[in-house]
Design a binder for this molecule. Structure first.
Ligand code: ADP
Ligand code: MG
Length: 348
């Protein structure tokens, strides 16, 4: 049989790590990205540069691969839909369309009787006048947000006037949760009631960007089971194929809330590369390429540290790592403030 060709949309670090995992499974990768400098071209077999609305290029890409997946969720639904007419896109485009929109996503989760933060749609500044009950809160763009981009903390109603918010976009106002902890659960679903779930990962954010991830998470048995159960229910209800991450909040009264769903591999799961027998990336590829599912086994406890902006520099210059430390450089051309440049996983 000829070698399978996996198409990946998006050329960031997640695309790179997916490509590396594919190599191990003897699967060829072709990446499509709208970034001519996409770092994943250092890791994939073939790289296609094009805009996400360039129909000719999109269809050319779809024609040459066997199955298509993506490394980030903010891809136009139309693009995924066009590709899906030619080759299977997994997870399916409708999942992406749902999760791209913060309000549709939260409505879906609540319909499953799973708790989210309290939220309300905001379309113009005056919408907020009667919503003092949702403050302190965070105003978030309904679409295209990541790493805290498009988010505005609001303490009082008047704050909205001084923030210079672009109301040509839609927003959701979320009540601020008094956080005790944040955790994430990563699950790979292969088909009906056929999945592997990683243990919850404890996450620490700085400036709304993930900084540290650790396993095991220091949480109660109840939260451990509830978070895994909720992630499983979500994946089943979406009839999801591939790796998915659910981000959770735990408040000071030990209530669990779903913060958001990432329909893809996730930054908090980078430590699975070194800490588990099968990483989140390998599992994603196994699922979307209809390969065998291997029972998941944790091999080590671990901690991952994101290297943001110029924090990468000392590691690039002076690589003195011991055999429990693993450094990943995403090979991004330019160092930028708040940009994830690499990470270090340490086995504990
Ligand atoms: P992004 O899409 O940028 O990841 P999130 O909604 O996950 O956006 O927000 C990023 C981070 O901001 C969260 O991980 C959390 O630390 C903080 N945050 C967001 N919403 C809330 C909230 N309602 N209550 C408390 N903290 C929040
Ligand atoms: Mg998030």
């Amino acid at each position: 049989m000829s070698q399978k060709n996996l198409g990946i949309i998006g050329g960031g670090q997640l695309g790179s790590m997916l490509s590396e995992a594919a190599k191990k499974l003897n699967i060829k990768t072709t990446i499509y990205s709208d970034d001519i400098n996409a770092p994943a071209q250092n890791f994939c077999d073939e790289f296609d540069f094009g805009e996400y609305n360039d129909k000719t290029k999109i269809l050319n890409f779809a024609n040459k691969v066997d199955v298509i997946t993506f490394e980030f969720e903010n891809i136009p639904y139309e693009t995924l839909n066009e590709m899906n007419k030619l080759k299977p896109v997994l997870p399916k485009p409708s999942v992406n369309r749902l999760i791209q929109h913060r309000i549709a996503e939260k409505d879906f989760i609540n319909k499953l009787n799973i708790r989210t933060t309290r939220y309300v749609s905001i379309e113009k500044p005056s919408d907020i006048e009667t919503l003092g009950d949702f403050l302190p809160g965070i105003l978030k763009t309904t679409t295209m947000g990541y790493d805290g981009k498009g988010q505005y903390p609001l303490k009082k109603i008047e704050d909205i006037n001084s923030l210079n918010i672009d109301f040509s976009k839609g927003y959701v106002l979320e009540k601020l949760v008094k956080l005790k902890k944040e955790i994430s659960v990563i699950i790979t679903r292969f088909g009906n009631n056929n999945y592997e779930v990683y243990d919850p990962i404890e996450n620490t954010h700085q400036d709304q960007i993930l900084k540290y991830s650790v396993i095991p998470a220091e949480i109660s048995e109840k939260i451990l089971y509830q978070s895994k159960d909720w992630a499983t229910q979500i994946a089943e209800e979406l009839k999801y194929v591939g790796t998915l991450c659910v981000e959770f909040f735990i408040d000071r009264n030990e209530n669990l809330y779903v913060n958001e769903i990432a329909p893809r591999v996730h930054n908090s799961g980078h430590l699975t590369i070194n800490a588990y027998n099968v990483s989140q990336f390998e599992n994603h590829i196994r699922a979307v390429c209809s390969m065998e599912k291997i029972p998941l086994k944790k091999l080590y406890n671990a901690k991952m540290v994101n290297l943001i902006g110029d924090q990468i520099e000392p590691y690039r210059k002076n690589l003195a790592l011991n055999d429990k430390e693993f450094f990943f450089d995403y090979l991004k051309k330019e160092i930028k403030e708040k940009r994830k440049m690499g990470h270090i996983t340490t086995l504990l």
